[in-house]
Design a protein around this ligand. Structure first.
Ligand SMILES: *[C@@H]1O[C@H](CO)[C@@H](O)[C@H](O)[C@H]1NC(C)=O
Ligand SMILES: *[C@@H]1O[C@H](CO)[C@@H](O)[C@H](O)[C@H]1NC(C)=O
Ligand SMILES: *[C@@H]1O[C@H](CO)[C@@H](O)[C@H](O)[C@H]1NC(C)=O
Length: 190
């Protein structure tokens, strides 16, 4: 009983905060996304911004061969506003075969997985991913709740290589920034 009350109040509070309007908040804004296919892992790839705050990626496995390993290797460059120093994070690995399991530990990597997990609606539960299956990441976004408070306002570029086993299948380039604003309506259109 105590526990369910506790959850209720936590949710109520969260609801109030998230409808409080006109407050300045940090948002991850996307400026541009580009995907290019390599080899024949995928037969079709479509990456686009739905708004400046949400992006979609659809990738169809080719119709010759199922995929039993799919791994993203990501590099992020963060350029904090008004500072000389660039922050680089290299080799962040994302295992698409394990995406639906909760195995990661670590705070930042946990955020990263949970943001992606919220965006994979029609996604097979585990590998192998069958031929001609479309893997969809829809409306991926990072709101103020997802961003650690200490993250500086910044521009970033994100570069990911997606491998099926040893074969490079897809390269994703994404640029954007962590900006602070209260009115999201300027960011509705890509
Ligand atoms: C961040 O990126 C945007 C878009 O590329 C650019 O217009 C802006 O000047 C950049 N800001 C800083 C502080 O580098
Ligand atoms: C692949 O899937 C699409 C849509 O699900 C279907 O129209 C098409 O015939 C399939 N192609 C093959 C080779 O199975
Ligand atoms: C937000 O910006 C839009 C146009 O960019 C404007 O029409 C609207 O009134 C603004 N809303 C608030 C609450 O300031």
């Amino acid at each position: 009983m105590y526990r369910s009350n506790h959850i209720f109040w936590a949710l109520a509070l969260f609801g109030c905060i998230s409808i409080a309007d006109g407050e300045t908040k940090k948002h991850v804004v996307f400026n541009n996304i580009e995907c290019s296919m390599r080899n024949k892992v995928f037969s079709r790839v479509d990456c686009h911004l739905q708004t400046r705050l949400a992006l979609n990626i659809f990738a169809t496995i080719n119709d010759q061969k199922a995929v039993d390993k799919l791994m993203g290797v990501c590099d992020v460059k963060i350029d904090p506003h008004g500072q000389q120093k660039m922050i680089r994070v290299r080799n962040i690995k994302l295992d698409f075969c394990q995406l639906k399991k909760n195995t990661e530990n670590g705070y930042i990597i946990g955020i990263y997985y949970s943001v992606i997990r919220k965006a994979i609606v029609d996604f097979p539960d585990k590998c192998p991913f069958q031929k001609n299956t479309t893997l969809a990441i829809k409306r991926l976004h990072m709101g103020w709740q997802d961003v650690p408070k200490y993250m500086p306002l910044s521009n970033f570029s994100f570069f990911a290589k997606v491998y099926a086993g040893n074969e490079l299948g897809l390269v994703v380039k994404l640029t954007g920034g962590l900006y602070e604003f209260s009115n999201v309506s300027g960011y509705k259109y890509p």
